[in-house]
Design a protein around this ligand. Structure first.
Ligand code: CTP
Ligand code: MG
Length: 389
């Protein structure tokens, strides 16, 4: 089964009364639209994800997506003046091989893997799966402020998104809506007009749609709860050692340290940064520096290891890791490097886009013991803690 998602972010969020589109509101340091895309991408269910946005916001969303997401499934398209027209545009971009399509509002940024998976499973089995929760308020029909009917509460469902359907059915529904000039407020209402059965799947009270300011405070609570549940802490350690050589610079933590000799290696041989990269890659199980930057690859000849560290940081971010802290030790008999540690910390923190207070660099000798003590080279070890979100 080929499953495609359509994420709607092309509104303007008028009822939110902000200067910016509400899909850019941040929760736990991540904008609503990125949260949504991350959750959808993270399910691993979707072969393609069509991101519908306003043309003037496309670059911002694309940039955010490139920073935080793998993004290899994304297709961008413009929205329309109404939600329904935005979906209509998106349907043109759904790849031909798609069998199932999940439509979701980017403003429902607290959607979970479970809800998405349940809706998609229902669509695979029954042709449709629409998230919804039972109404808790009694709902009345009115006319001019006067009640004309009290609806039976136990028959009422408040529908949410995702709304998932077989592609052929949804396309047919949208075609019919255009022909009839029908404008609905969700996708299911268009499918219902075909006489097709629409199946409801359990959504969640936390799957709120950011609509007014009150939803922002509620969203912050939900984000906090979700972060607590999802918190996944990893520890990593890295070690590296290089021999000293003539006619080489001594680069440690990206700082060029005055010295008679430097460290030998394929790159700039920054042993400290190498140990840190291996700690980060170890904690995230994304391999090691040898695998990512092979020593026989000429692209890495004499390269600044700080550049490679930045690449490692970008990779971790895309896989959803936040670096909590890094501690490291350089083991070297001479020269003394403690006066350079502030600059090293700054370089490392900058490359990883983190606060300097969470990075530490120390130095020690081996009291003249062993190869390091005899001044044959330098080693470094590092530990880090990562939090996966
Ligand atoms: N949406 C869209 N295209 C539109 C209108 C809405 O893609 N022309 C998206 C919104 O970005 C949102 C979702 O559809 O993620 C649900 O719509 P709604 O909550 O109404 O969002 P807005 O239209 O942005 O808000 P408002 O109605 O308050 O202006
Ligand atoms: Mg709207």
């Amino acid at each position: 089964m080929n499953v495609c998602a359509v994420i709607l972010a092309a509104g303007s969020g008028k009822r939110m009364e902000l200067d910016t589109n509400k899909v850019f509101i941040k929760f736990d340091d991540q904008s609503a639209v990125v949260r949504c895309l991350k959750t959808f991408e993270g399910t691993g269910l979707f072969s393609s994800i069509v991101v519908v946005c306003r043309p003037e916001e496309r670059e911002i969303i694309r940039r955010k997506a490139a920073r935080y997401l793998k993004g290899n499934t994304f297709i961008f398209c413009d929205g329309g003046a109404e939600r329904q027209y935005s979906v209509e545009n998106a349907l043109e971009y759904v790849p031909e091989e798609a069998d199932i399509i999940a439509v979701h509002d980017a403003a429902r940024c607290f959607v979970t893997h479970k809800i998405i998976k349940d809706c998609v499973s229902s669509a695979i089995r029954f042709g449709s799966g629409v998230a919804g929760i039972g109404a808790t308020d009694t709902i009345k029909r009115t006319q001019n402020g006067v009640v004309t009917e009290t609806l039976k509460r136990d028959e009422l469902i408040c529908v949410q998104t995702p709304q998932v359907f077989r592609v052929d059915v949804l396309k047919k529904a949208y075609k019919k809506a255009v022909e009839d000039g029908f404008l609905g407020t969700d996708d299911a209402s268009l499918v219902e007009r075909l006489g097709e059965t629409v199946h409801i799947v359990s959504g969640s009270v936390d799957n709120i749609k950011l609509t007014t300011q009150a939803d922002v405070a509620e969203g912050e609570k939900i984000a906090e709860e979700q972060a607590k549940k999802a918190s996944d802490i990893r520890i990593g350690n890295g070690f590296d050692m290089h021999a000293f050589a003539q006619d080489r610079k001594l680069i440690l933590g990206g700082v060029d340290i005055p010295s008679e000799f430097g460290l030998d290696g394929h790159s700039d041989a920054d042993v400290l940064v190498h140990a840190i990269m291996d700690a980060l890659l170890g904690a995230s199980r994304l391999g090691d520096i040898g695998k990512l930057f092979p020593p026989d690859d000429m692209r890495f000849k004499d390269i600044s290891s700080i550049k490679l560290l930045k690449e490692v940081g970008d990779l971790l971010r895309k896989y959803g890791y936040k670096i909590v802290n890094i501690d490291s030790t350089v083991i070297m008999q001479a020269p003394k490097i403690s006066s350079y540690s502030v600059k090293m910390i700054k370089n490392i923190a900058q490359a990883l886009d983190m606060d300097e207070i969470y990075v530490n660099v120390k130095a020690t000798t081996t009291e003249y013991l062993g190869a390091l003590g005899r001044g044959e080279g330098a080693a470094a070890q590092a530990v880090c803690i990562l939090q996966k979100r």
